[in-house]
Design a protein around this ligand. Sequence first.
Ligand code: TXA
Ligand code: MG
Length: 313
Amino acid sequence: METIVTTDPMVAAEVIRSGGTAAFPTETVYGLGANVFDEAAIQKLFDAKQRPQDNPLIAHIGHLDQLDQLACDIPGFAWDLIDTFFPGPLTLVLQKGERVPLIATAGLETIGVRMPGLELAREFLTACGTPVVAPSANLSGRPSPTTWEAVKEDLDGRIDCILKGDATEIGLESTVVDCTGTGPVVLRPGAISLEQLQEIVPKASKASDADSGAALKSPGMRHRHYSPRAAVVIVKGAIPPGGPDSAFIGIDQSAGQFSNSLILSSVEEYARAVFEFFRECDRRGVKTIYCEAVPETGVGAALMDRLRRAAQG
Ligand code: TXA
Ligand code: MG
């Protein structure tokens, strides 16, 4: 199929309304959208990404009044998080509404819901006239796309449309928070930190890796993720000597010995740049990417989570 590239959110929304798949920018990463109520469109989305069918999708909304089409029995603490952080890089896992097909949730009775902060995303979603399920717009297992060109690199000819916007502001996927128990539990760290959630709901907690319940609750976290073809090595302390086949990314100014290196001036910039750097290293045939470890506060926790997963891949 031919993949249309457009800057017009109305054109991309028409693709969704007519049962197609369209990638679109958000403030976190680019997503690949399909109408949440269209099972055939969702199947196309899984096929295009080669995504395992047991990995549930996040439903995106442009307006809060679309929430009751997706979720029911929303607890008070979840409303507090919605009031504070929507629109923004936060996904809440809620009891799913009856109309949501099980293909969207990979058979779960819960659904992840998020309202993106990026205005172009909300314009597009509002024009769709329906909530839109959207995983990151990469081939399954590859680093999430932070530019429209990265979407094209992975999915050209496999999806109907790309809504072209700027490079994404945050660069890592949303914080996923389970709200189906007695308090919020972070299943996937993101730009909204545990500390920020606790300011609103003090009992908010983090699912530990040892918590097999959490692994079951966020099935996506079991799968291979965020991996470039190059090996990823996390560096704590002394930086190894660089070679022609190796690269370095971090905030340490003394890594000049690498021919492929990217030195950022903050953890936020590092988070924004890391997935595109992984892709660029693959384009250049780099064999090993050294990634400087950062303190696990704020977005640093999310960045370290992604680096560890990439290092396992
Ligand atoms: O920032 C983001 O969240 C991006 C943009 C496009 O919005 N989307 C994204 O989607 O990262 P994806 O499919 O790559 O990741 C979805 C994550 C997975 O870890 C999945 O397991 C979890 O959310 N998830 C989705 N629905 C869930 C549910 N009902 N229960 C538990 N975890 C869920
Ligand atoms: Mg993804």
